[in-house]
Write a protein that binds this ligand. Structure first.
Ligand code: PLP
Length: 369
């Protein structure tokens, strides 16, 4: 098994903590432990009294109970908690795939959704979205890609990096396709609950199909990436059992302080989602104005859901590579944009707009342009 360097994470490793403004984060505004504990009477005392032994490998019953409330049909025992969505994706693929299998993935994508499968010796077929079509993903085209040896179809909506979001009709057709083919649907739902219009929220895939695994995380819509708490939710018992066995070889169980804090956070989920939603909506309007002012340098595609957008560099800005543009911006202005090259989509940059300091970051970016 061989995994290539994770281009996005390597770029962040180099720059994230060396700039003044991270204008490309996919996570939303975070908070201090103190602010989180203040959401609930008695939580600070409970945290101080927390026992720091090993925790239950599947995740604490309290945490799984709170996670299950995100879903309509999931029992707490149908949740398996992990160290971030990243571990969940890694173990899910290891649990299900064998060398020679095929995986179909919505593309462009977060690299591990394709490369963990490749590392296991699987072929990966890309279900491509296209900028020219407004980043739409055609379910008919997906049907043509599924082969006899396809084990997993992978979707991610709201989508990283484009900000596209599937319609309910398209989602239902994908679920029907997966059920008719007998493969598994991996639905990466880490940006769920950051839709701009609540009515556009899709059901969690695990609630509509026994062949689906929903992946969730504390990092994005709830703004708590430092907890490193993610999970899978699924009725597919064999998948969960196999993943639990594999987890004994990676992290065994989760961090006790993180589980405690995640439980408090999810009991106050409505508050966290509202807080993130307000920032996203405010910042998106600022981006609309910003990109209208700079349409000689960026072609703006207004995202449909989630905290990230993927405009295209045009004119003078497209003279060199997106990586060169972003490296220069980081060095000269202390502002970080993410080059589309890390997704193998040249001439685009990823913008993240879930953070409070976006106005200051734009004020720094403007004179650089
Ligand atoms: C689509 C998608 N899936 C999974 C992850 C991993 O999430 P985490 O880093 O919180 O484990 C990310 C992170 O950016 C993501 O964008």
């Amino acid at each position: 098994m061989r995994w290539p360097p994770f281009k996005l994470e390597r770029f962040f490793a180099k720059h994230e903590f060396n700039v003044d403004y991270v204008l490309c984060a996919s996570d939303c505004e975070s908070m201090t432990v103190r602010s989180l504990l203040a959401l609930e009477p008695g939580a600070a005392d409970g945290f101080q009294g927390l026992w720091l032994g090993y925790t239950e490998s599947t995740g604490s019953p309290e945490l799984r109970g709170e996670i299950s409330r995100i879903y309509a049909s999931i029992h707490p025992d149908e949740i398996l908690v992990h160290s971030g969505a990243e571990e969940a994706i890694f173990l899910l693929m290891h649990a299900v795939l064998e060398s020679g299998d095929n995986v179909v993935v919505q593309w462009p994508c977060y690299q591990s959704l394709a490369d963990v499968a490749r590392g296991l010796g699987c072929s990966v077929t890309l279900w491509q979205g296209r900028w020219d079509d407004g980043w739409s993903f055609d379910p008919d085209a997906l049907g043509d890609l599924v082969q006899a040896n396809t084990r997993i179809v992978i979707i991610n909506s709201p989508h990283n990096p484009t900000g596209a979001h599937m319609s309910r009709v398209a989602f239902d057709r994908i679920v029907a396709l997966v059920e008719s083919c007998g493969c598994l649907l991996l639905s990466d739902e880490v940006y769920r609950e950051s839709e701009y219009v609540a009515a556009e929220r899709l059901p969690a895939a695990c609630d509509v199909s026994d062949r689906a695994v929903s992946v969730g995380v504390m990092s994005k819509s709830y703004g708590l990436p430092g907890l490193r708490i993610g999970w899978v939710a699924t009725h597919a018992v064999a998948v969960r059992v196999r993943m639990a066995q594999l987890k004994d070889y990676t992290t065994i169980c989760n961090s006790a302080p993180s589980e405690f804090l995640a439980t408090v956070a999810l009991r106050n989920r409505g508050h966290l989602v509202a807080r993130t939603g307000e920032l996203i909506r405010r910042n998106l309007l600022l981006l609309d104005d910003f990109f209208a002012r700079h349409n000689d340098l960026f072609a703006w595609y207004r995202p449909v859901a989630g905290p990230i957008a993927f405009p295209r560099l045009v004119g003078r800005a497209a003279a060199g590579s997106a990586t060169a543009f972003c490296e220069r911006l980081a060095r000269d202005a202390g502002v970080l944009l993410l080059p589309g090259d890390v997704y193998d989509v040249p001439n685009h940059v990823r913008v993240g707009f879930g953070r409070r300091d976006l106005p200051e970051a734009l004020a720094r970016l403007e004179p650089f342009l």
